[in-house]
Unconditional design. Structure first.
Length: 338
């Protein structure tokens, strides 16, 4: 083969790979990272290839394995303290191995991992995430009275399946702060696994269980309190409609949660913008009382928008995050004159 023929083959292969790739998981652009690197970097746990080899997250690797073992054991036993055997691990490896090529195409960068290392990462990180979310649901079941109306069967399934879990001995979930920060890590764009990998691991683990819930319900309920949309709780039909309109919303957690923040299906954006009038550009005064939030145009007192969103809340209060949380979220504080 001549050098020219070899060059043609190389370019042809590159063209095929480019056509097949539909990346959805990227690194944050460097110019944004420089503004606040802490906002885009995991604090506790690395998921996916971009931070996989960082020694910063070594401590959490052991706890990933605790969760991975527990999830694999759940496929055949109610007790996650049972010993896992090689045959069970082999079943999981084969399931994930089938998704290897498709998973690589989800990352914008070429992943320089061997097949073995990449599959191992998908399996361990994926099992960790699924087990973490299910355990998180077990905790939320004690408090989410309103959400349980829409997801009653899902909460019952988790309570029955995870009835033996003692969260007091759970390194991550026994600490509210650590649990919050791990959940925060799982919502970073650079810290993602393809959604279909997680869904496969969940469905494969509980394939023999009756009344197995939809994994999307698990994800939504586990992250619901992180979603800035307090007007109502989405039910499974709402979520299904959003996904049907935009299938890419299930590329990973970030896109899924972004979809949940949006307006309800059928919402007329043009009509809403017309109603809002000048509030998109004009200065506004915001007033809060027990019944509503009022936004008044600072230049025209006759223009007002009212949101009766507080009426549905059990207590008429607005909780403002602490200054430290706001600072970590990128809010800048300045000293006021006078």
């Amino acid at each position: 083969m001549s050098s020219v023929e070899g060059l043609v083959d190389d370019i042809h292969s590159m063209c095929i790979n480019v056509c097949q790739k539909r990346p959805s998981i990227y690194r944050v652009p460097e110019h944004l990272r420089k503004l606040n690197e802490n906002a885009y970097t995991p604090w506790h746990v690395a998921v996916g290839p971009y931070h996989h080899r960082s020694h910063k997250y070594t401590i959490m690797e052991e706890h990933k394995m605790v969760y991975t073992k527990a999830l694999i054991c759940r496929r055949r036993a109610a007790n996650n303290n049972a010993q896992v055997n090689k045959e069970e691990i082999d079943e999981y490896v084969k399931e994930v191995e089938r998704l290897e090529t498709k998973s690589r195409l989800n990352y914008a960068e070429k992943i320089e991992f061997s097949k073995e290392e990449f599959v191992k990462m998908l399996l361990i990180d994926g099992c960790f995430i699924v087990e973490f979310l299910c355990r998180k649901i077990k905790i939320l079941a004690k408090f989410e009275d309103e959400a349980m109306k829409n997801y009653d069967q899902m909460y019952k399934f988790i309570n029955m399946t995870y009835n033996e879990v003692n969260l007091k001995n759970d390194f991550i979930l026994k600490s509210t702060r650590t649990a919050f920060e791990v959940r925060r890590d799982l919502t970073l764009l650079e810290n993602q696994l393809p959604y279909f990998v997680l869904e496969k691991l969940f469905d494969f683990t509980f394939s023999s269980k009756p009344n197995r819930p939809n994994f999307k319900a698990i994800v939504y309920c586990a992250f619901r309190t992180s979603i800035p949309n307090i007007s109502h709780i989405l039910n499974e039909e709402d979520i299904a409609q959003r996904i049907q309109l935009e299938p890419e919303t299930t590329a990973h957690f970030v896109s899924f949660l972004k979809s949940c923040c949006g307006p309800s299906v059928g919402h007329d954006e043009a009509e809403a913008e017309a109603e809002a009038g000048d509030y998109f550009t004009a200065d506004a005064n915001i007033m809060v009382d027990e019944q509503r939030i009022s936004i008044n145009n600072a230049q025209d007192e006759n223009k007002k928008i009212e949101f009766p969103c507080l009426c549905n809340m059990k207590t008429h209060e607005i909780r403002v995050p602490s200054a430290s949380v706001l600072a970590k979220s990128g809010v800048l504080f300045t000293k006021m004159d006078g």
